[in-house]
Design a protein around this ligand. Structure first.
Ligand code: SF4
Length: 186
């Protein structure tokens, strides 16, 4: 939840950095916000240093303004929230505020991808997480498994935009509308 801290407002979560443009964290050329805090402790996690919610620096309104300025560049296709876990239980209120503000202030509107270790079906049962999903275009869900990754690589499986083939790339608006999980890139 956004609240004031020394006259500036704070979203209630921390982040380790912003990648201004990348092709690997979702479709097209994207900006990525790397938040800290994750309770999944997946074996083989590539971002272990981002699991601790005390790592990184507080995400303030100034940081939001920087993020928005990068996202609004004409050559950028969208924004990706990753980490850590953007759906980390303690940070959901602040992430909901961020998602709403992005949705209102992106010019023009661009898609929002989100990576999480939770399952889509579990997020639907939590009111705040469910509301967050209203603003997410694509959700890459489920815990990462280094064993599945190794299997995928040895079987020459193509796994764009995700760590292993058991994670799902979910079209969130279509899934909410149809009340069923609709996946992309399968
Ligand atoms: S959900 Fe992602 S950040 Fe969290 S432990 Fe698993 S791989 Fe690491």
């Amino acid at each position: 939840m956004v609240y004031f801290m020394a006259d500036r407002y704070y979203f209630g979560f921390r982040y380790s950095g912003i990648t201004k443009s990348t092709l690997i964290n979702g479709r097209g050329l994207r900006v990525v916000l790397w938040v800290t805090g994750c309770e999944h402790a997946c074996f083989g996690c590539q971002n272990k240093e981002l699991q601790d919610d005390k790592e990184g620096i507080p995400f303030m309104k100034d940081d939001f303004n920087h993020l928005l300025a990068y996202v609004n560049k004409p050559y950028i296709d969208g924004v990706t929230l990753s980490g850590g876990d953007p759906f980390y239980t303690k940070h959901r209120e602040g992430m909901l505020d961020l998602l709403k503000m992005l949705n209102e202030q992106m010019q023009p509107k661009k898609d929002i991808w989100c990576y999480t270790g939770y399952k889509y079906e579990d997020l639907l049962t939590d009111p705040v997480a469910r509301e967050m999903l209203n603003y997410v275009s694509v959700l890459v869900d489920g815990r990462f498994s280094i064993f599945q990754r190794t299997k995928d690589v040895s079987e020459h499986r193509t796994i764009p935009y995700r760590g292993d083939s058991k994670q799902r790339i979910i079209d969130v608006p279509a899934s909410l509308y149809n009340n069923a999980v609709i996946t992309l890139y399968d």
